[in-house]
Design a protein around this ligand. Structure first.
Ligand code: BYC
Length: 317
């Protein structure tokens, strides 16, 4: 049995090494299946909880155009959550279990969504920085080894890039506006900068999953590599806006060909991931209320599906 597993595992790894996808019905090590359920479900939960900070601003958007755009973005995020839940379900976990893990507070979701969105400028900063960081990490996931996840990510990335641009365009409008608008944009950048850098996860030496994830081509770049790429890409964008990144240690390093940047507050990161972020309680409460209020929709959909099934059985007999 052990020899048999070793052979399967060797075949599995060589498939990954040669760039082939693993599909739902293919043999896979149990750890690969569990790792994917963990990552895909955390990602799906992030999309669902990620709807909340921006959802709060739909009724307060400053114009009809902004309102329609924000509404579309938040709906896209709901859609991303659903594709990802479907991808997780191909690995043998049920939607009910996934929902229960999120609603009970047992599941992790991205630290970033535990921060408050306090002004309209935050809609700009979230789109620009949070979606910008998300794309940087997610483009590599379009080439991840698990087929259903990789395919879901192709569509998600296309939509994320629109999200990033709409955020940047809000920042551009504010930074070219009145003094007060410019101050709002700067204040939003100040508050979202460091939490955005934390989105990439712990430093490489603290990242427990990276080594295995790289062998399985789940990750093609490490947390620190992606964080650096994000800083390098975002600094010129901030300059174009005429805004200052809130990091006195930020400096171009010609020798490395990258920006050096200051220390991240990893204690804050750990607190937020442990459920003690500024909005952690509120996010989970809102999520549970939405779940309870949606019960009648789920019941109606089930009743309708049962009726349809009865009808088609009758017609068939
Ligand atoms: N927040 O060994 P590591 C979005 C956890 S974007 C909370 O490096 P891994 C959106 C990690 O789960 C955001 N927890 O792990 C954007 C692990 O804990 P467990 C979602 C974090 O998996 C805009 C532990 O720390 N994106 O959805 O190799 C609008 C050790 O970390 C965080 C994704 O989920 C964090 N920031 O690397 C709306 C992308 N960072 O599980 C929505 C897919 C780490 O051992 N995910 N942890 O208890 C990934 O690419 C990887 O899972 C990560 C972490 C890079 C996030």
């Amino acid at each position: 049995m052990e020899l048999y597993n070793e052979k399967l595992e060797a075949e599995f790894q060589s498939k990954i090494d040669s760039g082939q996808n693993i599909e739902a019905k293919d043999w896979m090590p149990e750890k690969y299946r569990k790792t994917h359920i963990r990552q895909i479900s955390q990602h799906a939960h992030s999309e669902i909880i990620g709807m909340l900070p921006e959802g709060n601003w739909i009724t307060r958007a400053p114009s009809l155009k902004r309102k329609i755009t924000l509404l579309a973005k938040v709906q896209d995020e709901g859609g991303h959550g659903l594709y990802l839940y479907s991808a997780a379900e191909t690995l043998g976990i049920s939607r009910a279990e996934l929902n229960e893990q999120l609603n009970s507070g047992r599941a992790k979701y991205s630290s970033i969504f535990n921060y408050p969105a306090v002004t309209w400028a935050d809609m700009g900063a979230v789109g620009w920085l949070v979606d910008g960081a998300a794309i940087m990490n997610q483009v590599m996931l379009t080439r991840t080894s698990y087929g259903p996840y990789a395919r879901a990510m192709v569509r998600i990335c296309k939509e994320e890039s629109f999200h990033q641009r709409q955020g940047y365009e809000i920042m551009l409008t504010l930074s070219k506006g009145t003094e007060v608008q410019k101050r709002m944009a700067q204040d939003a950048l100040n508050r979202w900068w460091w939490p955005s850098l934390m989105m990439f996860g712990p430093r490489d030496e603290e990242s427990v999953h990276t080594e295995q994830a790289m062998k399985w081509k789940i990750k093609l770049k490490s947390n620190d590599e992606l964080r650096q790429q994000f800083v390098d890409q975002t600094v010129p964008q901030a300059e174009l806006l005429g805004l200052t990144i809130p990091d006195p240690k930020l400096k171009w390093n010609a020798e490395r060909g990258h920006y050096d940047f200051g220390d991240i507050d990893w204690e804050e990161f750990k607190r937020v991931v442990a459920g003690k972020g500024p909005c952690s309680y509120e996010r989970l409460k809102t999520r549970n209320e939405a779940w309870d209020k949606g019960a009648w929709v789920r019941e109606a959909a089930m009743a309708f599906a049962e009726k349809q099934q009865e009808k088609s059985l009758k017609e068939a007999s």
